[in-house]
Design a protein around this ligand. Structure first.
Ligand code: F6P
Length: 370
């Protein structure tokens, strides 16, 4: 293994730079040449390679985003486009590729190194590093960026809670997470929110509206001074558009409480949007990025391919699916195709993990949120 390329792809996540830095420094120390590919698969198709040395990664550990840039590249679904990418990698004499990203990015890596497509072409070893604030990848307990995103949400909601309390208001705060409710569920617990709405619950719109209204009335009838504010965290994956949700909630509150003060029935909404994806990585995301990259680069150097470095999978893994990393007992090397299957199961609510997450949240919700 002489030359390893590193790319970040898809939605950026705080901590990606820590992974780039660790792959560069550890790979170089082991005698490999490490190069970066800018802007993910799009940059690969544009032959946008840059050398990566100690100087290039100095001081990046604390920076959010990714120094390599990132992109979404729909064309990569086409076989002829992947052939072009393989030609470029061969011309650049790349032996191994580390892809730091989420579901789509890791799927791209699998296709790129698919034996039936590579044929007699130059063989390519691949390693994935899970990075997505959504925490929607299978077979890893956490992905890079999740912890920072959660901290950002908590900080924002704490601020919202101050003004909400001052005005006796109800806020619905929408957070990113694509089709996965993990960020909404976990940050609701950390914030002490009154309700979390997440797509895995599969509730129809009218039930969601009722749930919010019941929560608002329950909190307001408790009459505790510090409980006058109502904070509801909504995952973006809950399909009902937030402004429409506000109108429906206010109308239902007015019906149920015709005598109430306006502040008790005028809901405010805040969409945190891309704020959740930015910012300096937390200490944990710096550590996670560094440790997963250590495991990924060492796997490639040892000739292991088609694996994803994983942080303590939250399920027991049979031997053929994953093995504990010899380099780090908290990290695993899991089969990349099994990751993609498990990710789909997770998103469709079919995996034991999806059921466990929703069940564990329900128990905590009953005890803490209301
Ligand atoms: O996957 C990360 C993520 O931030 C999701 O939470 C969100 O739905 C999506 O990316 C937004 O993508 P874009 O930045 O391309 O609009």
């Amino acid at each position: 293994m002489k030359r390893i390329a590193v790319m970040t792809s898809g939605g950026d996540a705080p901590g990606m730079n820590a992974a780039i830095r660790a792959a560069t420094l550890i790979g170089r120390a082991a005698g490999a040449d490490i190069v970066g590919i800018e802007r993910g698969y799009r940059g690969l198709l544009e032959d946008a390679f840059v050398p990566l040395g100690a100087q290039d990664v100095a001081g990046i550990l604390r920076e959010g985003g990714t120094i390599l840039g990132s992109a979404r590249c729909k064309e990569f679904h086409q076989r002829d486009v992947r052939d072009r990418a393989r030609e470029i990698l061969a011309r650049r004499e790349i032996d191994g590729l580390i892809v730091i990203g989420g579901n789509g990015s890791l799927t791209g890596a699998m296709r790129l190194a698919d034996a039936s497509e590579v044929g007699s072409g130059r063989p390519l070893k691949i390693a994935g590093i899970p990075a997505s604030i959504d925490n929607d990848l299978g077979l890893t307990g956490l992905s890079i960026g999740v912890d920072t995103a959660m901290n950002t949400i908590v900080e924002a909601c704490d601020k919202i809670a101050d003004t909400a309390t001052a005005h006796d208001r109800t806020f619905i705060v929408e957070v990113m997470g694509r089709d996965c409710g993990y960020l909404a569920m976990t940050s609701a617990i950390a914030v002490g929110a009154d309700l979390a709405l997440f797509p895995e619950a599969g509730k129809p719109e009218s039930e969601i509206v009722d749930q919010i209204v019941d929560t608002v009335i329950a909190v307001r009838t408790r009459q505790q001074k510090r409980a006058r504010r109502v904070i509801i965290i909504k995952a973006e994956g809950v399909q009902m558009q937030i402004d429409r949700l506000k109108v429906a909630v206010d109308a239902r509150l007015r019906e149920r409480q015709p005598e109430a003060e306006p502040s008790a029935i005028e809901t405010r909404v805040t969409v945190l949007g891309h704020v959740v994806r930015g910012g300096r990585p937390s200490a944990f995301d710096r550590l996670l990025g560094s440790r997963l990259a250590n495991v990924a680069v060492r796997a490639l150097l040892a000739g292991v391919s088609h694996r994803m470095a994983s942080w303590m999978p939250p399920v027991e893994l049979p031997e053929e699916v994953g093995m504990r990393s010899p380099a780090d007992p908290y990290c695993w090397l899991v089969d990349l195709s099994a990751v993609l299957v498990e990710t789909e199961n997770l998103l469709k609510g079919r995996s034991p993990l999806a059921r466990w997450r929703a069940g564990a949240f329900d128990q905590i919700e009953d005890a803490l949120l209301l």
